[in-house]
Design a protein around this ligand. Structure first.
Ligand code: SF4
Length: 216
């Protein structure tokens, strides 16, 4: 397409979905370049700058090569690029199940309803604790998910306060993800059980399977 718009792509690969309740399913991961935040525990700093400018038509073609109907658009921060919404629409029209993982600092309502949104609510320990747009909660429903990455017990307690305040656990899946090298998985599990809320322990499957290797 002559006037097809472009997005800034970091990498595209086929793997098992590493996070959320979709964890373990084959998925095409489309990582876009650029992020407006700088979380202390960020495991994809290479996605801040490394870039290949690519037309939406080409990216759809690359996705098609994997023969997989589940696609996640992630980053960096995918909603920092206007092309993300168009890419999601195009993939939905082609019958894909589309997930978008976002840091929640942009207006999520720009995404089509049928996109599965995984929205991070950044805890104070991330260094970006005030970045979440609380208005976004209005645009999330049962099929969407929240993720809190916790770096300490204080972060976990902060997350639980917000789960309670906004009734999050009644509305959608809430993931608690211990940040690597800060909180042990066992501690996070115990805290969840003590909390009395049906929170989901979100361990990064890709790290368990392949360590810190990229594009797996
Ligand atoms: S929002 Fe995600 S990609 Fe951006 S700095 Fe934080 S962890 Fe890294």
């Amino acid at each position: 397409m002559a006037h097809d718009i472009t997005v800034m792509l970091n990498e595209i690969f086929f793997s098992l979905q590493g996070e959320s309740s979709w964890q373990g399913l084959p998925c095409v991961l489309v990582r876009l370049t650029g992020c407006n935040l700088r979380c202390g525990y960020c495991d994809t700093p290479y996605a801040y700058q490394e870039v290949r400018e690519i037309r939406l038509g080409e990216i759809v073609k690359e996705i098609g090569k994997f023969g997989c109907r589940l696609v996640e658009i992630t980053g960096g921060e995918p909603l920092a690029q206007p092309g993300t919404v168009l890419l999601a629409r195009r993939l939905l029209r082609l019958g894909y199940t589309v997930m978008v993982e976002t840091n929640g600092s942009f207006d999520i309502s720009m995404l089509p309803d049928s996109v599965i949104k995984i929205a991070d609510i950044k805890t104070p320990g991330s260094g970006a604790g005030k970045s979440f747009r609380w208005d976004n909660l209005k645009h999330l429903n049962k099929k969407d998910e929240i993720k809190f990455v916790v770096t300490s017990r204080a972060d976990f307690d902060w997350a639980v306060r917000h789960v309670k305040k906004h009734g999050l656990a009644d509305k959608l899946t809430v993931n608690i993800s211990p940040a690597a090298g800060t909180v042990s998985e066992t501690d996070a599990a115990k805290w969840i059980l003590e909390s009395g809320y049906p929170l989901r322990l979100n361990l990064q499957l890709h790290r368990i399977l392949w360590g810190d290797k990229r594009a797996v």
